[in-house]
Ligand binder design. Structure first.
Ligand code: MG
Length: 278
C-alpha cells in the first residue's frame, strides 16, 4: 500500500462520511480546508433525495462542515431529474405524454417539478392510454402513509408502469426513513431503473459535472471515491476505475467486508484519517 496518492478530485459521500443526522462526524469540520490546501477538488455525492440542495447546504453549514455553497453537490434527486429529461427526450416519438407519480419528499418533488416540458404530467392517478407512459418514481420517505400505499398499489399493479427508484441502499445510518427497496419489497417488485449510486445514471451525472467544471482530463486513478457503503459507493468507484476508500464511520463494520467479492483500496476509521494517505 503506497502511503501517498496523487489525487486531484475526491468524490465524497455524505451520510456516514460527513455526518450522521445532524451530527458532524468528528474531524470533518476542517477537511474541506485541507482539500483546498492540497488543491483537490471535492464533490459531494449522495443517494439522499429527501432534501433540496439548498437544505443540504444549509444543514452542512449549520454543522460547520461547509463554509458556503461552493462545493458541488449531486443528490440522487438531481440525477433523477436528468434521467427523466433524457428519457422523455429519447422516447418522445413513442409517447405523447409522460404521466409521472412522485413518491418522495420535497427534494425529489422539487427536482421533478423543475423539469420544463409540455409532455410531463405530475399526477397521482394512473392513466390508461397507449400514447401515455406511466412512470412511478420512488424515493425515501419520512412517513409511509396509507395514502402512499394505496397510490403505489394502483401504479404497481399495472405491469406497463415504469418503476424508478432513487437509491439501492438497504440501510441508512440515521434509520429514520423508509427506503425505496423496502417499499418495493412489500409489493414484491423490483425497479426498472435506479438513479442512485452505483448505477450508471449517477456516474454519468458525475462525468457531466466534471466536464462542466473542465475537469474531464483528470485520469480516473487520480479520482478517489470515499464512502461508507460497499454496494453503492465502493462498487461505483471500482466500476469507474477510481481509487476507493471505505470509512467505518457509517453503516459498514470491518467484519462485513468478508461478505463482498470486491474490496476498497483503503479502509479508514473516518474521513479525518484521509490525511495519512494523501
Ligand atoms: Mg453513506
Amino acid at each position: 500500500m503506497s502511503p501517498k496518492n496523487i489525487v486531484k478530485c475526491i468524490l465524497c459521500d455524505m451520510d456516514g462520511v460527513l455526518r450522521i443526522g445532524t451530527q458532524p462526524i468528528p474531524g470533518v469540520q476542517n477537511i474541506f480546508y485541507y482539500f483546498e490546501e492540497l488543491k483537490i477538488q471535492p464533490i459531494i455525492i449522495t443517494n439522499e433525495c429527501r432534501y433540496t440542495n439548498k437544505k443540504v447546504y444549509d444543514d452542512l453549514k449549520n454543522m460547520k462542515i461547509l463554509k458556503d455553497d461552493t462545493i458541488p453537490l449531486i443528490t440522487s434527486a438531481n440525477v433523477c431529474k436528468t434521467w427523466l429529461e433524457n428519457y422523455m427526450y429519447s422516447n418522445n416519438f413513442r409517447y405523447d405524454k409522460f404521466n409521472v407519480c412522485v413518491i418522495g419528499e420535497k427534494g425529489l418533488q422539487e427536482n421533478i417539478k423543475a423539469i420544463k416540458s409540455n409532455n410531463l404530467s405530475i399526477n397521482s392517478v394512473w392513466e390508461l392510454d397507449n400514447r401515455t407512459q406511466n412512470i412511478i418514481i420512488l424515493g425515501s420517505l419520512f412517513n409511509y402513509t396509507e395514502n402512499h400505499k394505496k397510490i403505489i398499489k394502483q401504479w404497481l399493479s399495472n405491469t406497463s408502469t415504469l418503476i424508478v427508484k432513487t437509491c439501492d441502499d438497504n440501510a441508512d445510518p440515521e434509520s429514520n426513513c423508509i427506503l425505496p427497496n423496502t417499499i418495493l419489497h412489500k409489493f414484491n417488485k423490483v425497479a426498472d431503473v435506479n438513479v442512485g449510486k452505483p448505477d450508471i445514471n449517477f456516474s454519468q451525472e458525475v462525468n457531466r459535472l466534471l466536464k462542466q467544471m473542465d475537469l474531464s482530463h483528470i485520469d480516473s486513478n487520480e479520482i478517489m471515491l470515499v464512502g461508507d457503503t460497499m454496494n453503492t459507493d465502493i462498487k461505483m468507484g471500482i466500476g469507474l476505475g477510481y481509487k476507493t476508500t471505505l470509512v467505518l464511520s457509517g453503516n459498514t463494520k470491518i467484519y462485513d467486508l468478508k461478505t463482498y467479492s470486491y474490496s476498497p483500496d483503503y479502509i479508514l476509521p473516518s474521513l479525518d484519517f484521509i490525511k495519512k494517505i494523501l
